[in-house]
Design a protein around this ligand. Structure first.
Ligand code: 1HN
Length: 349
């Protein structure tokens, strides 16, 4: 059957290589693996270890000079790509009292999850919102946004949040644009709380007809998210894989808050020992509260409040909660769903 010698084939490969060609039959199994072979690995960042570097960055550069003072969390298996998963970016951003991060906009969608400190604000499309720990804040694609923090005299304190952006995804599609606003701070056109009153109370203005891809709510306050989780933890059955897990939605459509990034919040009761699952959407977690551990592809990582960890695509994952734990997470699930390629598997034993 095999009547061509290895040397004859090797010579053929060398000759076609000069024309930027290669034989599919040597690579087919890698290009279309039997199951996902994510380039990313599971990893955990201890906030206790990172926090001093943020303080140091605060002495090194101002928010205004940096534009955004961020330490980027890179997946250890794909260093240099500014990616925590193959499709998503994550970073820890700090803004000190009296600082501003100047206004700009870009095609990339962003989420902020407030990790430490309160009272800083972010402005999106003419409205400000004040940041509290645990708040989930979104910056839709191509909306002007800037951040600021009251001075120390006004009661300002360092505020740190986790940024999640679809940078690798937009780069993949070659669809990224960006521009700076002509002033450092954009003008405000609506009072604080306006979007939440209009769209965040299970009501919509009577003639509201828009079904935009991004939620018109841009701050989902932690106080309300937490109250929901606490109520459901008391009243509902706890899911053996997820505990009580909710997703953030766009109230106009019932779909995800953003078209490219899904976000979730879950609570695990004290002593919870979860079953194992796998999802094709690699997921970034931020620990809001509690001590516990996560097993990712057979490796156990202990976590505590403010730690960040990443679960690669199709890695077996399960949680254990030593104390009541609250976990925020985000992934590229909306895109995988839209493309019809999302897969989930829940193991039972
Ligand atoms: C950005 O605009 C922010 O607005 C944070 O806070 C991180 C990373 C890359 C590109 C733009 C922000 C970013 C970013």
């Amino acid at each position: 059957m095999n009547n061509k010698s290895d040397e004859v084939r090797a010579d053929f490969y060398r000759r076609i290589d000069q024309h930027h060609l290669f034989p599919l039959w040597e690579q087919l199994h890698n290009l279309v693996p039997k199951e996902p072979a994510d380039a990313c690995i599971g990893a955990l960042w201890r906030y206790r270890e990172l926090r001093p570097y943020l303080t140091e960055a605060g002495r090194l550069i101002t928010a205004e000079e940096a534009i955004r003072r961020v330490l980027v969390l890179e997946n250890p298996a794909i260093r240099g790509a500014a990616s925590i998963t193959t499709s998503l970016y994550a970073g820890l951003q700090m803004i000190l009292p009296g600082e501003i991060a100047p206004s700009h906009r870009h095609s990339q969608s962003a989420l902020r999850f407030v990790v430490e400190g309160r009272g800083a604000f972010t402005a999106v499309d003419g409205e400000r919102t004040t940041m509290e720990p645990g708040d989930f804040i979104i910056t839709p694609s191509w909306t002007w946004h800037d951040h600021g923090n009251p001075t120390e005299a006004e009661g300002g304190e360092p505020v740190i949040w986790l940024d999640g952006l679809d940078i690798p995804m937009v780069r993949f599609f070659g669809a990224g644009f960006a521009e700076n606003y002509e002033e450092p701070v954009q003008p405000l056109t609506r009072p604080e709380g306006n979007s939440l009153a209009r769209y965040g109370m299970n009501l919509l203005p009577v003639r509201h007809a828009s079904r935009s891809k991004t939620s018109p709510i841009f701050n989902y306050p932690y106080s309300r998210t937490r109250e929901t989780l606490d109520t459901l933890l008391r009243q509902d059955q706890v899911d053996p894989w997820d505990g009580v897990k909710m997703r953030y939605i766009n109230p106009q459509t019932g779909s995800w808050a953003m078209p490219t990034i899904a976000a979730f919040m879950q609570i695990l009761p004290r002593g919870f020992s979860g079953q194992t699952y796998r999802n094709t959407d690699a997921t970034v977690f931020s620990v809001v509260q509690g001590k516990g551990s996560v097993s990712i592809a057979g490796q156990r990582h202990e976590f505590e409040a403010r730690d960040i960890f990443v679960v690669p695509s199709w890695a077996a994952v399960s949680f254990h909660a030593n104390e009541e734990c609250v976990l925020f997470s985000f992934s590229d699930r909306p895109v995988q769903e839209a493309l019809g390629i999302l897969r989930e598997s829940r193991e039972t034993h």
